[in-house]
Design a protein around this ligand. Structure first.
Ligand code: NDP
Ligand code: F7E
Length: 314
């Protein structure tokens, strides 16, 4: 990528998009274009077509999506399917029409079958039933992978698909119900500490295992792959190690300095029992994560505290 290349980051205000923006700016790219969702609703086919025809970007990072944790995915099933299909279809098709040099589509580890062998290899895609809580989101993401492949096969477009594991970091969403587990627990433990509460309640049994990657590490991987990887299919991005939700809760308890008890609410869904990425394909290409969970959690908690000083969280 030339430093003057016109690069569109879709979703630049989100956790991932903002990390990619920071990385590209740090690397000296000076022609990055962005739009907020109120300036450009990516579900709107005509608006997206006009935007691409006017701007004609050279590279596209597709990091805009309807995103949320297990409860949001399960509750807003129609929105997760419709919004994501619309956003990605509009951007991918307009990228083809306007001869984008290269596009990166971001999927998610939830595209793999619920009971797939661990660690998850790229070849396990479409080999079994999906986890029901996030099936609509996963179906949209699988459609995105297949769309990138189809445009490559039929039109020769260099559109690639990357599958990040569960992410966390700066600019995360701390909504008490709709967020992912890691930001939800940072907020819950912090608020329990301030309120001197006796116990914090965690959803589910605490036994599911998850792999967590710091969003700035993901941005490094996306930058690396945008320059070096040009294949159809998919490539996992993760750390290759995971923890149970109970272990995560203990770590967050420590980082936030909370001293009470931890309870489990098994009426809430556990979701997929485990989704550990096989990162051998990525590592064989020369990329490895740098920030471990303990370090990333401290950075994220500090970001949460900074945010609390500036805004009132809903
Ligand atoms: N968070 C995670 O754990 C994981 C995320 N991913 C993937 O990474 C990508 C980014 O996720 P993340 O950064 O966490 O998500 P965020 O929710 O933090 O950011 C999503 C961004 O998408 C934009 N967006 C959403 N809907 C629209 C719309 N209709 N029109 C225009 N823009 C829209 C928002 O823009 P605005 O701010 O302007 O409203 C927002 O900035 C997604 O593809 C997601 O599936 C993959 C694996 C795990
Ligand atoms: C990234 C990924 O994110 C989603 O899948 P998920 O991995 O299941 O995500 P999650 O972070 O919401 O939960 C992880 C685990 O943690 C437990 N858990 C405990 N306590 C809280 C809690 O307070 N909030 C949340 N959200 N979960 C909690 C929860 O019960 C579950 O066992 C997808 O829908 C899909 O969209 C996707 O791709």
């Amino acid at each position: 990528m030339d430093k003057n290349a016109k690069i569109y980051i879709a979703g630049h205000r989100g956790m991932v998009g903002s990390a990619i923006y920071r990385k590209l700016t740090k690397e000296g790219f000076n022609n990055i274009i962005t739009r907020t969702s109120s300036e450009l609703d990516l579900r709107n086919q005509v608006a997206v077509a006009d935007f691409f025809a006017d701007e004609k970007p050279d590279y596209v990072f597709l990091a805009a999506a309807k995103v949320g944790g297990i409860l949001a995915n399960n509750t807003y099933r129609a929105d997760f399917l419709y919004d994501n299909l619309q956003i990605q279809s509009n951007i991918i098709h307009s990228s083809y029409l306007n001869k984008v040099t290269k596009l990166m589509f971001l999927g998610s580890s939830c595209i793999y079958p619920k009971m797939a062998p661990q660690p998850l290899k790229e070849e396990y895609l479409l080999t079994g039933p999906l986890e029901s809580t996030n099936e609509p989101y996963a179906i949209a993401k699988i459609a995105g992978i297949k769309m990138c492949d189809a445009y490559r096969q039929q039109y020769g477009c260099n559109f690639i698909s990357v599958m990040p594991t569960n992410l966390y970091g700066y600019n995360d969403n701390y909504h008490p119900e709709n967020s992912h587990v890691l930001p939800a627990l940072i907020r819950r433990f912090h608020e329990a500490k301030v309120a001197q509460a006796d116990a914090v309640t965690i959803w589910g049994t605490g036994t599911p295992k998850r792999e967590f990657l710091f969003a700035d590490d993901l941005a490094e991987a996306c930058y690396f792959l945008m320059q070096t990887y040009n294949e159809e299919g998919l490539i996992n991005i993760g750390t290759g190690t995971d923890v149970s939700i109970k272990e995560l809760a203990e770590l967050i308890k420590q980082v936030t300095g909370y001293s009470g008890a931890i309870n489990f609410d098994s009426s809430k869904p556990d979701g997929t029992p485990r989704k550990l990425m096989d990162v051998s394909k990525l590592e064989s290409k020369g990329w490895k994560h740098r920030i471990n969970l303990e370090e990333g959690l401290s950075l994220t908690y500090q970001d949460y505290l900074d945010k609390l000083n500036k805004t009132v969280l809903v």
